[in-house]
Write a protein that binds this ligand. Structure first.
Ligand code: AMP
Ligand code: GLY
Length: 421
């Protein structure tokens, strides 16, 4: 079977690496891909939101499975476009636009969780029409205050504010267009204090299989300081997610969510990413994403022994019953190398050197490009390095050592992935 993978980050390099190992995969195309994905298939210069061209590509190359990496095309309706395309045989891994609102609209997700009794923070939804109600809700909350733009805001739409007056003025600014249309509606939430982790499943809209859990490190600085980034590292498995917590997660969150997806008759074949927080042993949902995480994917796929293509095919054909994912009993740690200055301004085009030709460690490309015969930086997050070992500390030490060895001017990475565990 020929497969098309959509996206161009470290997550997509990890997916391309895994998909290309499957005997079920004949040819792999990646749109638009990066120099890392090109090691495992054919990059095609088509944008992630150019549905007409992506459909034409599938027609031309006889592609029968499309795996969607990032959320933007899902929320924009790529799955719907394929369903309407006259290529009904194409299996699309990713929900339709309606179901993708679980990620694309915080308000949609909160209503869904409320309806199906899924544990999450108390909240209120605010627009200019009920601003007073929002301000009263803030008065009843203890600091810090959590304000979320309803729509997609490239990971920047959540503000956590200590001061009540500041929260009120930020609320007005958000409604006034701080994040454009995405914040014309704002969700104000009760603050939950705890430790975050991420759980992933592959679903067909009524059944699911569990994938390994992970914990990512979002802050730029060591000891989780400084501004948020797309993700500076990840580990899998997560040591504090023991059998008792797993069983709560599965019973209170995963089963109820999949039952809700089924009851709502959502067209959902794909991954569900549960962003969770452990509050004194009780898991709560912070957010849903309708795709895999980055850099979590780079940490979880190397632990997956099963053939991912077979699992995705089974999901698309509603054959998940009785299947499970086989997981390697080793720990993975991913360290992300970024351009100096990120998540602020940074310089592109720095030459990348000293990536080992032969290694049992994995070097996934995020923001790289080939210029002439040289590999250069082309983004904030440049490389994601994953190592496996008996425990996450050894795995993290191996990834850190390789990050030390690989060079580009201005490189930065955290040496403390897993520090809090
Ligand atoms: P989200 O985009 O909803 O995942 O929010 C981004 C980040 O904000 C999360 O990863 C959490 O660190 C934090 N956050 C969001 N909601 C809450 C909450 N209700 N309580 C505490 N922290 C939160
Ligand atoms: N690492 C978080 C995300 O992919 O949204």
């Amino acid at each position: 079977m020929n497969i098309l993978l959509i996206g161009s980050g470290g997550r997509e390099h990890a997916l391309a690496w895994k998909i290309s190992q499957s005997p079920r995969c004949s040819r792999l195309f990646i749109a638009p891909g990066n120099p890392g994905t090109a090691q495992h298939g054919t990059n095609v210069d088509v944008g992630i939101s150019d549905f007409d061209q992506l459909i034409a590509l599938c027609n031309k190359e006889n592609i029968s499975m499309v795996v969607v990496g990032p959320e933007v095309p899902l929320v924009q309706g790529i799955t719907d476009a394929f369903r309407k395309s006259g290529l009904p045989g194409v299996k699309v891994i990713g929900p339709d636009a309606y179901a993708a609102q679980l990620e694309g609209s915080k308000s949609f997700a909160k209503k869904f969780m409320q309806k199906y009794g899924i544990p999450t923070a108390d909240y209120i939804e605010v627009t200019t029409a009920n601003l007073e109600e929002g301000i009263n809700f803030l008065k009843r909350q203890q600091p810090p205050f959590v304000l979320k733009a309803d729509g997609l805001a490239a990971g920047k739409g959540v503000l956590i504010i200590q001061d009540r007056d500041e929260a009120e003025s930020e609320l007005r600014a958000m409604l006034g267009g701080m994040f454009g249309d995405a914040s014309s509606k704002v969700v104000i939430e009760q603050f939950l204090a705890g430790i975050e982790f991420s759980v992933f499943v592959l679903t067909d809209g009524s059944r699911y299989i569990l994938l390994p859990e992970a914990k990512d490190y979002k802050k730029i600085g060591e000891n989780d300081t400084g501004p948020n980034t797309g993700g500076m590292g990840a580990i899998s498995p997560v040591p504090f997610v023991d059998a008792a917590l797993w069983s709560r997660v599965e019973n209170q969150i995963i089963r109820t969510t999949i039952a809700g997806i089924k009851a709502e008759k959502m067209d959902y074949t794909g991954f569900v990413f549960f962003g969770l927080i452990n509050v004194g042993g009780e898991p709560y949902v912070i957010e849903y994403n309708c795709r895999l995480g980055d850099p979590e994917t780079e940490a979880i796929l190397p632990r997956l022994q099963s053939d991912l293509v077979c699992l995705m095919e089974a999901a698309a054909d509603h054959r998940l019953e009785g299947l499970k994912a086989d997981i390697l009993p080793l720990a993975a740690a991913t360290v992300v190398m970024v351009s100096g200055g990120y998540p602020g301004d940074y310089t592109k085009g720095r030459v990348i050197q000293d990536i080992p030709a032969e290694s049992d460690q994995l070097v996934f490309h995020s923001g790289t490009a080939v210029v002439g015969s040289q590999l250069v930086t082309s983004g904030g997050r440049v490389l994601a390095i994953t190592s496996l070992a008996k425990d996450f500390r050894k795995a993290a030490a191996r990834s850190t050592a390789l990050a030390q060895q690989i060079n580009f001017e201005g490189k930065y990475f955290r040496r403390d992935i897993g520090w809090d565990l």
